[in-house]
Design a protein around this ligand. Structure first.
Ligand SMILES: *Cc1c(COP(=O)(O)O)cnc(C)c1O
Length: 474
């Protein structure tokens, strides 16, 4: 399996060659030359596997330059009952017949990003041990990505993590999750500024090619291909959980509803479908920052300036542009990398593109996509209703997905709503919706009272560079 760039400017690379990289040299995203296929016999066999075994079978198709036994061991080490708090790893809650929640948030940081990031941490450690290299991960976070990366990489050999976050802007629980880590290879940096300042500092550091090279600066952001690939696994799991497998002549179809920000999660659903999973609908939900809903309704992809990004009560979906979206558009336009390059030359310059009226946009339906958006009031109403009707507490992001899923689902189709975080991470909005505190999962009750360890810094890229140089051991 070899990988090329969505913009056509990269010689084919192997999985481990793209594993530690970010953007391709031409600014595009790495995609497999073709999607591996899963036939009916394989699908039937996969139904019986444990999560770790299924993860191995899926990843094996994307990654043929890690010896199979090693890859199997990495999956087995990652997807354990201890790390994900249940044998099933991704249990399904059935609210009523045909309406399900796929629970993806029982990993160490209580958000779905752990599903892929935990495997990525083990893959990084494995590949770095083989090559004898070290890497310094530099990132900016407004919440879930940073903590998920830190819990995946804490204590791993060959890796340090430098994570910038805006001082006082994350929820108390999210802050405690990150800052209570005492591992020697984790460096939390609280920046006097907003998330965009943090992201700009990361960009500035990365522009200093000599520093980047000397300090082996890497990233674990949402465009990382291995993260997308690892997320494909739970779409198969969700499908198996709500279908019988007895009806192979007359394929059972399902719909997935996915609360979306950077398009990483639902991109994995698209890939699962391209591999042959019988998915009839991929229902994309946005919050008030509806750049993706606008595209799927109108064909117009209109990136917002960061000043126009609303701060909402589903903050992990507050994005100005969707960094993984280019992977889907590449497929949508028939893998025409010249056209993708042309479209993103507009996007990268702060502009927009419009596929309305082109044959490409008509394909959106063929690719099973529909979309909708959800507001603060919708979120509260959905949280209340699900709690009253089913006694189940869902978080604000999951509520956005469920709201749009119910609106867009086709009758008769089982609907699987992806749960992307636990309510405890967004306690303030949960109190607003339900008038009570969210449940604390076992082991997390004391988190907010633990000692916190972080460096305080102004929004100054030079200060971050000095900090990295002091602590990186390079
Ligand atoms: C990251 C995140 C999302 C958005 O996922 P994308 O892959 O960026 O589309 C949604 N909900 C939660 C809780 C998240 O952490």
């Amino acid at each position: 399996m070899r990988y090329v760039s969505t913009r056509g400017g990269m010689a084919p690379q192997s999985f481990t060659q793209i594993l530690l990289g970010g953007l391709c040299p031409d600014g595009g995203l790495a995609v497999p030359e073709r999607y591996p296929q899963v036939d009916a016999a394989e699908l039937a066999a996969w139904r019986k596997l444990s999560y770790a075994e299924l993860a191995y079978e899926v990843m094996r198709k994307f990654c043929d330059d890690i010896p199979p036994d090693d890859l199997r061991a990495l999956c087995a080490k990652t997807y354990t009952k201890e790390a994900f708090r249940s044998e099933a790893i991704t249990p399904v809650k059935t609210l009523e017949p045909g309406l399900h929640i796929l629970c993806l948030s029982n990993g160490p940081t209580l958000a779905f990003k752990d599903m892929a990031m935990q495997l990525l941490g083990n893959l990084f450690e494995y590949v770095l041990a083989k090559s004898g290299e070290r890497i310094n991960i530099l990132g900016a976070t407004s919440g879930d990505t940073g903590s998920s990366a830190e819990y995946a990489l804490r204590g791993k050999r060959g890796v340090n993590v430098f994570m910038l976050s805006p001082l006082g802007k994350m929820s108390a629980f999210q802050t405690a999750q990150m800052f209570s880590l005492q591992d020697a290879n984790i460096f939390n940096i609280a920046v006097r500024g907003v998330f965009d300042d943090c992201q700009d500092m990361v960009k500035t550091v990365n522009k200093d090619a000599a520093f980047k090279q000397r300090q082996r600066i890497g990233a674990v952001n949402s465009i990382n291909w291995a993260r997308v690939a690892a997320q494909v696994v739970y779409y198969f799991r969700g499908y198996f959980a709500v279908t019988s497998g007895r009806n192979s002549a007359n394929e059972e179809q399902v719909a997935f509803a996915v609360p979306s920000g950077n398009f990483g999660n639902i991109c994995a659903g698209h890939i699962a479908r391209m591999m042959g999973l019988p998915v009839a609908q991929l229902i994309l939900a946005t919050n008030e920052n509806n750049v993706l809903d606008e595209f799927f309704r109108s064909g117009r992809y209109r990136v917002r300036p960061s000043s126009q990004v609303a701060q909402t009560s589903s903050p992990s979906m507050d994005i100005s542009k969707a960094s993984n979206f280019e992977r889907f558009v590449y497929d949508l336009v028939g893998r025409d990398s010249d056209l993708v390059k042309e479209l993103w030359s507009k996007v990268d310059a702060g502009g927009e593109f419009d596929l309305a009226g082109t044959p490409y946009f008509a394909n959106v339906q063929e690719y099973a996509f529909v979309s909708g958006s959800s507001t603060h009031a919708d979120r509260l109403a959905t949280i209340r209703r699900v709690y009253q009707d089913y006694g189940v507490m869902i978080d604000t992001h999951t509520a956005d997905g469920l709201k749009v899923g119910l609106e867009q689902r086709r009758p008769g189709l089982p609907l699987i709503c992806l749960e992307t975080a636990l309510p405890v991470k967004f306690a303030q909005t949960m109190r607003e919706a339900l008038g009570r505190d969210p449940d604390y999962p076992p082991g997390s009750e004391k988190l907010e009272s633990l000692a916190q360890r972080f460096e305080l810094m102004d929004a100054d890229a030079e200060a971050v560079k000095a900090h990295i140089a002091r602590h990186s051991g390079v």
